[in-house]
Design a protein. Structure first.
Lengths: 348, 348
């Protein structure tokens, strides 16, 4: 992260001193995410990482870039900015876990019209916290003030994760066969997808405010339900992938829902039946479906509908994997089965 | 890159079909950037890369995230979107070159209010072209439509590069001593920094339009001068770093100019004298300084002032390195010297 200072530049709307102060405040937290692989300090042009120092020498790299989308709008409405940083890291961790990889390092990008040291510190706190939880170094990042591109409290929070997996352990779905069971792991809420539609339904159409507590949300406010932290599935799932335990593929249920994400990891000629009622979703999902009068196909394409992650597993080993996941603190459910055909068929 | 399709989601302002069409158009170009290290096709959750297949097995990774900032505003004004993609890649390539690394792969992120297939295809064309030129695979990326965050033609173009360098070849500036010469390589223009100020001076204060041809720009229009492609210094510089040729450090002159970027690679206790007239800058620099009445310190902190990249080299080997860079097609100039002290002292 780079800091400039310049009077004339400030006149153009770029407040460089505020950025410097916020960065100083954040540096200690970023340093605390260091793993033995990190060879560089903050402030260099690039972050340097030696995979061999964390047991990943000679392994393949898996990389993914993603953002938290308009979830930042909810954060701004609620004045609570730490959770979106955690959402971003956990989202990216799950994206590479799907291919069997564990995190090595992460680089973030924050674009904003005007950097507010308070929310910036909260965002970095969230990023750092989730990095530590996932044993992922926050290796670098960039913060850009671009007045005119972003209005008011808006900002963009995206990042890139790089992880590692031994070549022989890459999960590519090629072992999936008809009859494989689908184990679903519960999501905590919308995770980081579907916020454009959720905001339209709840704020534009129903005129809710973030502090409202509709009874359907069972105690949570609108803001709390929407900001629920995107879960990382690294801890329960990774141990099942590192040994041959009968996991044939994984799908992270992000934008596009189960309907679009599950087929991404199924071989040609195979589809799946998914049971819509196998897993009790958190209350925000039935609430959104009812308030928005969303039909089922639509709902399962835009939202994760309570299923954050799916493991496609050998039928014979399904029970044993369910027990293992329960021991790891998860509440797994069989949510469907792989079948001949293509695409996902929902069944009530 | 992930594509969704959903009627209800479209009502919320997310045009998914247009994105799908634009992605299809771009996929072939992205595939053409493949290097032997790429193990994955487009559309998976993460991109998979095996460093050992490109001779980087066992090396350290160097990663950097950056964006092109408000240069996209100029692209929108000029209706020309291919160069910003090249700028982004070349910027990131230079950032890791500073530490001795060559590119392995890149992941891009495009955030926009509304994806226009035309400009999207141009941006991806630029990204792909520059990736090929730098032997860098375009391994993945994310495109997000976020109506409400971005207005009109605005978009955000950022990305992350991952490269490799043998552990013993990492350039960290530790060998720099007083008396080392600074070799400057010419920039093509602003590269990707200082656009907030340039736009303020040229458009807000001087009321120029992108199509105007002020005589000071020697034939170029305002738009052409501002959109000049950020140069990649990989080809002339990398060969000098791979063998022991007396290069002690490199600095990529980005936001913060020579004044902020050169000190980033000098050891504590060392500063530099930089000659402001050693290298003839392209005409946009004197033009901006004159029109904006910017003082010298300010100009050298916001703009690269004609110097895109600096090599800090052993005095005795300076002449030989200059000749080598000339053979590689560069127009290098000695622009200063390392001295005791701290910071950069400008001298006319």
């Amino acid at each position: 992260m780079q800091v400039m200072t310049s009077k004339r530049y400030q006149e153009a709307g770029v407040d460089i001193d505020a950025m410097a102060a916020a960065l100083d405040q954040a540096k200690e937290e970023i340093r605390a995410t260091k793993t033995p692989g990190v060879l560089s300090d903050i402030g260099l042009f690039g972050g340097v990482f030696d995979p061999s120092l964390v047991g990943a020498g000679g392994e393949c790299l898996v990389a993914s870039t993603d953002g938290v989308g308009t979830k930042v709008r909810i954060a701004a409405l609620a004045g609570k900015f730490d959770t979106v940083g955690q959402c971003l890291i956990n989202h990216c961790v799950n994206d590479i876990l799907v291919q069997g990889a564990r995190p090595l390092f992460f680089l973030d990008y924050i674009g904003t019209g005007h950097l507010d040291p308070d929310w910036f510190a909260q965002v970095v706190h969230g990023l750092s916290l989730a990095c530590k939880e996932n044993h992922c170094a926050l290796l670098g990042g960039e913060t850009a003030e671009m007045p005119g591109i972003y209005d008011g409290d808006d900002f963009e929070l995206v990042g890139t994760i790089v992880g590692a997996v031994a070549k022989g352990k890459i999960l590519d779905g090629s072992k999936v066969v008809a009859g494989d069971r689908l184990i679903g792991l519960p999501s905590s809420g919308l995770h980081t997808n579907g916020f454009s539609l959720a905001r339209k339904i709840l704020f534009d159409e129903c005129s809710f405010e973030v502090g409202d507590h509709p009874p359907e949300l069972e105690g949570a406010s609108i803001g709390e339900a929407l900001l629920a932290i995107h879960k990382s599935y690294l801890k329960p799932v990774l141990p099942l992938l590192q040994k041959e335990r009968g996991v044939h593929a994984c799908a992270h249920i992000t934008g596009g829902g189960v309907l679009d994400n599950l087929p991404r990891v199924l071989p040609k000629g195979l589809g799946a039946k998914v049971l819509t009622n196998a897993l009790d979703p958190v209350p925000i999902f039935p609430f959104l479906v009812e308030k928005g009068k969303i039909d089922q196909q639509e709902a399962w394409r835009v939202f994760n509908m309570g299923i954050g992650f799916i493991l496609v597993v050998e039928a014979d080993r399904c029970q044993e994997l369910l027990e293992e996941l329960e021991k790891a603190g998860e509440k797994p459910k069989v949510v469907g089965v792989v079948e001949e055909g293509e695409g996902v068929r929902l069944e009530d």
